[in-house]
Write a protein that binds this ligand. Structure first.
Ligand code: SAM
Ligand code: DTB
Ligand code: SF4
Length: 332
């Protein structure tokens, strides 16, 4: 059943919304969700969350930048782009021993997934073989694996799948219309193409975006509608709040209103009910109350560890305290 403006508030308030996984969401329906009274929206999101997931459980991922800086792409938000003068220095691909040491440490600290990111437009076959070895090693430690390496060429997704990769992260980042304002070195279609190769290779998809880049609510609606109308919903949906970085074109972006950010999380939860929604970059700039609202809105994954790829994330002890205060538990 599609949502109409007549029934949405009542159905939400009474918890009677159609909560099946759907792939036919329209822009108008998603727009209507966004504009609901905040309490109704959060009530619906938390109710749907409890149908699909165990309440109060949060999946814990840890990130490592395995190849930092010097990226040929010009993503306006990114400190690792070679187009901008940022404080991030270019580094070579890490060796396997240091990656495995970081993964072991992540596991000891309680992470269940280890995500490795590389500042590449697209990996060479030689680099891909090295990453496959890292994936095999991390997998042997008993962790789920995720990599984000840029666009993939024919056959590369299969190689990753054979090495035991669980997730490939590849974000669409914003709406189709706003994309060219943010990135000129690749197209939206390129992104969709890699997502489809990953899916076809049998690797789970981690795909979301960034909010707070000067986009409109219409752009956020369009981005989420694109994700929710893919042939399969991404199993993991990271919602990043822009971390403004000195030297990038978006360094002076106005921060997004936190209520609008929470609405974005809630709508993501409602339209992709079976997907894990990650409260991703940007937590360092959020209060405990803001994060608590995101968890009520259905976020159920975080990056845990003092660093994201190149920017700061809350300290582990701050996250432990927050989890204790909110009665949240790590997902096993
Ligand atoms: N180079 C690969 C790519 O772009 O797909 C992988 C690494 S890239 C850093 C991964 C994601 O990090 C981007 O798609 C973007 O969503 C996110 N990201 C990068 N810089 C960010 C920032 N300043 N604030 C929030 N998210 C950011
Ligand atoms: C995602 O959506 N967010 C992560 C991960 N996928 C790779 C990256 C966030 C990066 C934030 C900026 C930085 O630390 O460089
Ligand atoms: Fe390169 Fe990825 Fe940064 Fe874009 S987001 S500049 S592709 S590392």
């Amino acid at each position: 059943m599609a949502i109409s403006s007549k029934n949405v508030s009542n159905h939400m308030a009474e918890g009677k919304m159609n909560t099946k996984v759907r792939h036919n969401w329209t822009f108008e329906e998603v727009e209507l969700l966004f504009s609901q009274p905040f309490n109704d929206l959060l009530y619906a999101a938390q109710s749907i969350h409890r149908e699909y997931f165990v309440s109060n459980e949060v999946q814990i991922s840890t990130l490592l930048s395995i190849k930092t800086g010097g990226c040929p792409e010009d993503c306006a938000y990114c400190p690792q782009s070679a187009h901008y003068n940022t404080e991030t220095d270019k580094e070579q691909l890490l060796n396997i021993d240091s990656v495995l040491a970081a993964a072991k440490n992540a596991k000891t600290e309680g992470a269940t997934r280890f995500c490795m990111g590389a500042a590449w437009r697209s990996p060479t076959d030689r680099d891909l073989d090295l990453v496959c070895k890292m994936v095999e090693g991390v997998k042997k430690l008993g962790l789920e694996t995720c990599v984000t390496l840029g666009m993939l060429k024919e056959g590369q997704a299969q190689k990753l799948q054979q090495s035991g990769l669980d997730y490939y992260n590849h974000n669409i980042d914003t709406s189709k219309d706003y994309y060219s304002e943010i990135i000129s070195t690749r197209s939206y279609e390129d992104r969709i193409q890699t997502l489809s190769s990953v899916r076809d290779a049998g690797v789970k998809v981690c795909c979301g975006g960034i909010v707070g880049m000067g986009e409109t609510r219409q752009d956020r609606i369009d981005m989420l509608t694109t994700l929710a109308t893919l042939s399969e919903h991404p199993q993991s949906v990271p919602i990043n709040m822009l971390v403004p970085v000195k030297g990038t074109p978006l360094s002076d972006s106005l921060s997004i209103d936190i209520i609008e950010f929470v609405r974005t999380i809630a709508v993501t939860r409602i339209i992709m009910p079976a997907s894990v929604v990650r409260l991703s970059a940007g937590r360092n700039a959020m209060t405990d109350e803001a994060q608590a609202l995101c968890f009520i809105a259905g976020a159920n994954s975080i990056f845990y560890g003092d660093e994201l790829l190149t920017t700061e994330n809350p300290e582990r002890k701050a996250d432990k305290l927050l989890f204790n205060k909110l009665g949240l538990k790590p997902m096993k």
